[in-house]
Ligand binder design. Structure first.
Ligand SMILES: [Mn+2]
Length: 399
């Protein structure tokens, strides 16, 4: 992205909070994968949205009162620089459009000075549904910064909501990036389809998807799902080690990340000639997806959309002679989510659809007893008059 993009986002955030605010936010820190190896680093989405900086442990300080902004670099030891490389201050300045980089000690000293002008400081934290129900360790960078700020400032407030509201409405360059990510993903799925009939294991299909995405210089935005038969009933199945059978369906959920933005597409294919039942379930999901997509237009309340979707899914279950009393068992996830820098982007702060939102529509029906799991997912942009299906070019047919 162009530095103007990040600059525009910083200005929009200050305008939203109230021009003279002081904002201090951090990117993620690195986390352990095993022993002395770190996980692949991906930047915290808000921090990336405001700076484009893709390195761990950096801070951003925006002082609306004085019209100043700085990036704060972590201390990097000489040894660490040898192993992980050092950063180029000039590249970071020209990439982010922020002219000043200072070190942590200096930043803490300057923040103490700013207490005179600001009794309130704004920062970010992990959303409460992750803090309370997460089944994994959260990246602690935001919580640590918040503690540091609480020691210095009288009041620490959050600007997560303001950032979410901004990020929900995509600017043209963001939609372009999402479309590019979708195009790479569609290319990968189409390449994989050529090998569907010959492949013996899920990982062979995974390898083709990964090859196609990496060869475009992109990466997976999340671990791809290649789930055949009963495996498709495990929603986040990412092992991709199972043996394929001509008698089963295979569910794919894959998305590339391009220029910071994610795609998120699911298709379900038959490996051989589908049975009548497999075909019927697949058709029911396809039809439900089409009906749900056709509801989308600006002004539609999210609550109303959800209610309509539930009705459509119950009709689909009934057509398959499945009891609607077991609705949440056959369809245990949401109809979709926002899409952007994060694969599960927020739709927070909006009660109805607005032009510029991008969301997924992904109905699924999972019948454990019959070893059938079907999900079909497209990425939809809300436009002035209705919607545009950004992934429509990839057929949703069973073969
Ligand atoms: Mn999705």
């Amino acid at each position: 992205m162009n530095p103007d993009f990040y600059q525009k986002n910083r200005r929009a955030l200050l305008d939203k909070i109230g021009g003279g605010a002081l904002v201090v936010i951090t990117g993620y820190g690195e986390v352990q994968r095993t022993h002395d190896a770190a996980c692949w680093f991906e930047q915290e989405a808000n921090f990336w949205y405001l700076t484009g900086v893709d390195l761990p442990d950096w801070w951003l300080v925006l002082d609306g009162t004085h019209g100043t902004e700085w990036l704060v670099s972590p201390e990097i030891s000489d040894t660490q620089a040898v192993f992980d490389g050092s950063f180029s201050p000039e590249t970071i300045k020209s990439g982010s459009g922020i002219k000043t980089i200072i070190e942590r000690d200096e930043a803490v000293r300057r923040l103490r000075q700013l207490v005179k002008h600001h009794s309130i400081v704004y920062t970010t934290e992990q959303p409460s549904y992750l803090r309370e129900h997460g089944h994994f360790q959260l990246n602690s960078a935001q919580a640590e910064l918040k503690k540091t700020l609480e020691r210095t400032f009288q009041t620490v407030q959050l600007c997560n909501r303001e950032l979410a509201e901004l990020r929900t409405i995509k600017q043209p360059e963001e939609t372009t990036a999402i479309q590019a990510a979708i195009d790479v993903t569609i290319g990968a799925i189409e390449a994989m389809k050529q090998s569907l009939s010959g492949a013996k294991y899920e990982y062979e299909l995974d390898a083709i998807l990964t090859q196609a995405i990496r060869s475009k210089g992109a990466r997976h935005a999340y671990d791809p799902i290649v789930a055949s038969g009963i495996n498709a009933c495990t929603l986040h199945y990412v092992k991709n080690q199972g043996r394929l059978s001509k008698k089963e369906l295979v569910l794919l959920d894959v998305g590339a990340r391009v220029n910071g933005y994610a795609a998120d597409i699911s298709r379900t294919y038959s490996l051989g000639t589908p049975t009548k039942r497999q075909h019927a379930v697949h058709d029911a999901v396809r039809e439900a997806q089409e009906r749900c997509i056709n509801l989308l237009k600006p002004g539609l309340s999210l609550q109303e959309y959800q209610a309509e979707c539930e009705h459509i899914m119950k009709t689909a279950l009934t057509s398959l002679k499945l009891s609607t009393e077991r609705y949440r068992e056959y369809f245990p996830h949401a109809m979709g989510h926002g899409l952007g820098v994060d694969v599960h982007d927020n739709l927070v702060g909006h009660s109805s659809l607005r032009p510029g939102m991008v969301l997924t529509v992904e109905p699924g029906i999972y019948i454990r007893d019959e070893q059938i799991g079907v999900r079909i997912e497209d990425d939809i942009l809300i436009t002035e008059n209705g919607f545009k299906n950004l992934s429509a070019r990839l057929s949703t047919e069973i073969r």
